[in-house]
Design a protein around this ligand. Structure first.
Ligand SMILES: [Mn+2]
Length: 326
């Protein structure tokens, strides 16, 4: 078992400044918007070594090349995302390779093609917990909207034909269906449901969380993904998993979501009970909503991230990290 002590206490913050996965502008501003309100100061309290890597923007060259419009063909959208994801994954991989915990703020959820690529390059058997109202398992064939933020899991599983036909995402190692579990689903398209069933993917709907309680769901996810506490964990957290009451400033809200407390507990659990190495927080859109909605969204974001506070203990319980012992 390889546990690196350093990564428990060194954090790199990356902001993925794009909204290319869906049509509503704003998610590209989330990182800077949160930073103006004190995000970095808050996170840096939780780690002895904190580094703000800054924004990964879309390149102007590709902006022009794939001029944004509703008419952009799906292949062009995927090409654009492939270019962006490769650059994002390089930045994240560099940090992971230095045994640093990486927090990536989106961006819409299409950025997960890049964050997953980095995590899978780092550890091809990394386990992924996907917290979301949506399964993000659509392909161009099954997607009603052709928005790529609904496709990152399908892309990572190599289910999107356009990807192989056009030699896209070649840097992205394949995610095995048994290495992912979902929490919070409640708006799943028929094609996605078919994939969930076909690959027998572990998933807990929001209803399951309401019925079983978050503690039970997390215990079962841990048992499924990381029974021996030996795996690296990637958490991809879409704020629309949480009820819109707490996260009104997001692009595709769905009612009857998880409570904020449930969301915070998911992060706290992974942070303390597993070797969480990479965490995406996505789909915050500061252009959606008035002052009240934005204040609520900011407060909820800080509440979620406060779960990164140093409560980490080692999976075996046999190693203890003393203050400044690294
Ligand atoms: Mn999502």
């Amino acid at each position: 078992m390889k546990i690196n002590i350093k990564q428990k206490d060194q954090c790199s913050l990356i902001t993925a400044a794009t909204h290319m996965g869906q049509k509503k502008p704003g998610t590209e501003l989330a990182g800077d918007w949160l930073k103006v309100r004190g995000l970095s100061e808050k996170i840096s309290e939780f780690f002895s070594d904190f580094r703000d890597i800054g924004n990964v923007f879309e390149s102007i060259k590709h902006e022009k090349e794939y001029e944004l419009s509703d008419e952009l063909s799906i292949t062009k959208k995927l090409k654009k995302l492939s270019h962006y994801s490769e650059r994002l994954s390089e930045v994240i991989f560099r940090e992971l390779s230095q045994d640093r915990f990486v927090l990536t703020i989106g961006g819409d959820h299409s950025i997960a093609a890049g964050t997953l690529a980095a995590s899978l390059q780092f550890d091809e058997n990394i386990k992924v917990l996907w917290v979301d109202a949506h399964a993000d398992l659509n392909t161009p064939r099954t997607s009603p909207s052709h928005n790529t933020h609904g496709m990152p899991v399908a892309i990572a599983m190599d289910l999107v034909n356009e990807v192989s036909e056009n030699n896209l995402f070649s840097f992205l190692p394949k995610l095995k269906p048994q290495n992912i579990a979902y929490i919070g689903l409640r708006d799943v398209d028929p094609g996605e449901r078919a994939f969930l069933d076909r690959f027998n993917i572990k998933s807990y709907d929001a209803q399951d969380v309401h019925r079983l309680g978050i503690e039970q769901v997390l215990t079962e996810c841990k048992q499924y993904l990381d029974p021996d506490s030996t795996n690296n964990i990637h958490l991809s957290f879409d704020v629309d998993a949480i009820d819109p009451l707490y996260f009104p400033a997001t692009g595709t809200p769905v009612p009857e979501g998880l409570s904020l407390k449930d969301g915070r507990r998911i992060i706290e659990f992974l942070n303390s009970e597993t070797n969480l190495i990479s965490f995406d927080l996505v789909e915050i859109n500061p252009l959606l909503g008035g002052k009240e909605e934005l204040d609520q969204t900011f407060a909820s974001t800080m509440e979620l991230l406060s779960a990164l506070k140093r409560t980490r203990k080692y999976p075996t319980g046999s190693i203890h990290l003393e203050e400044n012992s690294v």
